[in-house]
Design a protein around this ligand. Sequence first.
Ligand code: 6R9
Length: 645
Amino acid sequence: MSESVYPVPEAWARRARVTEEGYEQLHGRSLADPGSFWLEQARRLDWVKRPELAGDWSFDEADFHISWFADGKLNVAANCVDRHLASRGDQIAILWEPDEPSEEPRRYTYRQLHAEVCRFANVLKAQGVAKGDRVTIYMPMIPEAAFAVLACARIGAVHSVVFGGFSPEALAGRIVDCDSSVVITADEGRRGGKKVPLKANVDMAAAHAPSLETVIVVQATGGAVEMKAGRDLWYHEAAETVAGDCPAEPMAAEDPLFILYTSGSTGKPKGVLHSSAGYLLWASYTHELVFDYRPAEIYWCAADIGWVTGHSYIVYGPLANGATTLMFEGVPNWPDASRIWQVVDRHKVEILYTAPTALRSLMREGDSYVSATSRASLRLLGSVGEPINPEAWRWYHDVVGEGRCPIVDTWWQTETGGMLISPLPGATQLKPGSATRPLPGVDPQIVDADGKVLTGPTEGNLCIARSWPGQMRTVWGDHERFFQTYFTTYPGKYFTGDGCRRDEDGYYWITGRVDDVINVSGHRMGTAEVESALVLHPKVAEAAVVGMPHDIKGQGIYAYVTLNANCVADEDLRQELRNWVRKEIGPIATPDALQFAPGLPKTRSGKIMRRILRKIAENDVGSLGDTSTLADPSVVDDLVKNRVG
Ligand code: 6R9
């Protein structure tokens, strides 16, 4: 691991809001006097009723609760749109770059965004959507996805965005779990020149989602779709029948803003629920601090709105801060590996935020795709989603940024609402591969397996010792699961599920998940989820899934499958099973390697020893450790012998 240090560039030390000394002070004050620190920060939002209370929380079982600014009232959409009208109504709010580079970008000023959001909100109201109702959004990366999200926030409906790459089955599960009666979708999506049949997927999902009553369809490609009478309506037709103005519903600070499903180590995906005020405050605070953002700068977060990064850093954070946020429909390597850099040049992007997996896939294509472009507008680069390996970090820094742009490696999770550990560009010396220091307000602790808090340079499990405004509030429909998942492993603390090292400078190095979650291309996949999909196949008796190292994706999915008696393990079945998982969950869950295993290594009590399966998948068979406690140690020999890949 590299320990080279990159000092804060002169220009950044001069311009930044927070300097090196400023950071220490701010962090100290945020923990010493959180009440006044957060009430002061709350001034960054526009309130219908300004709060007098800051955080009120306890992570202890007897008194478990989390709330922030509980006596405040505001509307999130009004904060992201309306309050900018007077000062920057004609500034571009959303700058949309289409998949097809020869097509014209679309631009929406804050004034136009206001009109679009109001109209969308009125269409929802006309369909009977009211405050507190859940609305599922299954959309491509088009501006209407952002309008839909903000329209929900405007009327107090709770949105649940489902990534457009998820299968009909996965979509149905998410519609059912939050009991949502309305889905907003598009005829088709486009990505890298290919069409995604979103509306057709919704039709298939509907068969398994009895709560679904209304499907609102945005016309994106003009592709042919079936419209079911009484259930489906075209957005553009409905929009003509509603009024242009829609008042913003005043919401209590703790009213839910959205649900976003994420994979955990056990069971089906959890509906992570975020609050209105605390979440928005966190998105706005971190977006401003970490990107040192000034209004009107061109900012591009190249994530998808279906993930939390898209929620917090394409929509809510930047719009709350009056940014021009670029929304990209396409993919980094289409039509070729220079697309990202061409988009940067086309729109004079100043801040670029992307994932290590994208960088690794572009790095592989060679520097010529980068050097053919100018990138002179870039001044800051960001990374998110997984640990960034020092090699990719250096390429990003030296080749993409030509040595002049700091990199903010931002560590956070769906559950945290926004960044928790990250450099500040004017304050933090960088070390490639380290997310560096906690943001002001964040109190990380590293604990050993017994929960003992470790001090100084050390390595262990990453916890957060106190609440922050952007923290998730519950698992939708299962508050007990929320408590059990995050607050019982190390009582009194929030457990992140990540392993972490802290060096002699107090820098944090995230080492990856310590639970049964795999990080594939920066996306979380629960091993249990892939296993459940596999065992649904009629020929599969049992399955165990682990992560394996992957050059581009960071981690790949390695599946061990035991077949039912009399089923033949061959290449065709291997392919069939991979496609099966793809169909059940979505392309991101497709196993990279699938090994037929006559038996799995189990303890005498029947527990699968994943440690051994991981070692074999990693091709680290020299150190399998003690296998003597296995019910049948001989299965290991077969697994090693028939390892795939
Ligand atoms: C924002 C997001 C969360 C998990 C998290 C960790 C990994 C995210 C990281 C990082 C190292 C970073 N992760 N950012 N690991 N360095 N800068 O990705 O949310 O999809 O919920 O994933 O991703 O393992 O626990 P989410």
